[in-house]
Design a protein around this ligand. Structure first.
Ligand SMILES: [Fe+2]
Length: 131
């Protein structure tokens, strides 16, 4: 089942929410396509996803540094782990659409769990909800 944007993923930090929404929207387009081998459009979407996510990490980490977020190191480590998965994308040329979808789904599961966990912790810090 495709991963969808939902209110429980909202951090309340507008630029971060907008980027999360865009990332999930791109991935939904990939996940909803039928299995077609060598699908140029899917590869284009995966490139778009890769670019959007990397740009998002730069923005998010900038905000965290600006706010002296005390858990920045641990959060950045999670980003680094995802970048290891994203770095596999260029090696996927020639892979089937199904393989691309699997990778995309893995990334999306990771992102959803990251948003629900680490991002919400950051949102709690921003909005003064952390103890
Ligand atoms: Fe993050």
């Amino acid at each position: 089942m495709p991963i969808k944007w939902s209110e429980k993923l909202r951090t309340g930090i507008q630029s971060i929410d907008d980027e999360h929404w865009k990332i999930i929207e791109i991935s939904q387009k990939i996940q909803c396509r039928p299995g077609i081998e060598n699908d140029v459009d899917v590869r284009h979407l995966i490139d778009e996803f890769n670019t959007a996510y990397r740009s998002h990490l730069i923005n998010e980490e900038f905000i965290m540094r600006e706010l002296n977020y005390p858990e920045f190191g641990a959060h950045a480590d999670e980003h680094e782990a995802l970048l290891c998965i994203l770095n596999k994308i260029p090696q996927m040329s020639g892979s089937s659409h199904e393989e691309c979808q699997k990778l995309c789904f893995l990334i999306l599961q990771w992102i959803t769990s990251h948003i629900e966990g680490a991002e919400m912790k950051f949102a709690d810090f921003v909005w003064g909800r952390s103890g």
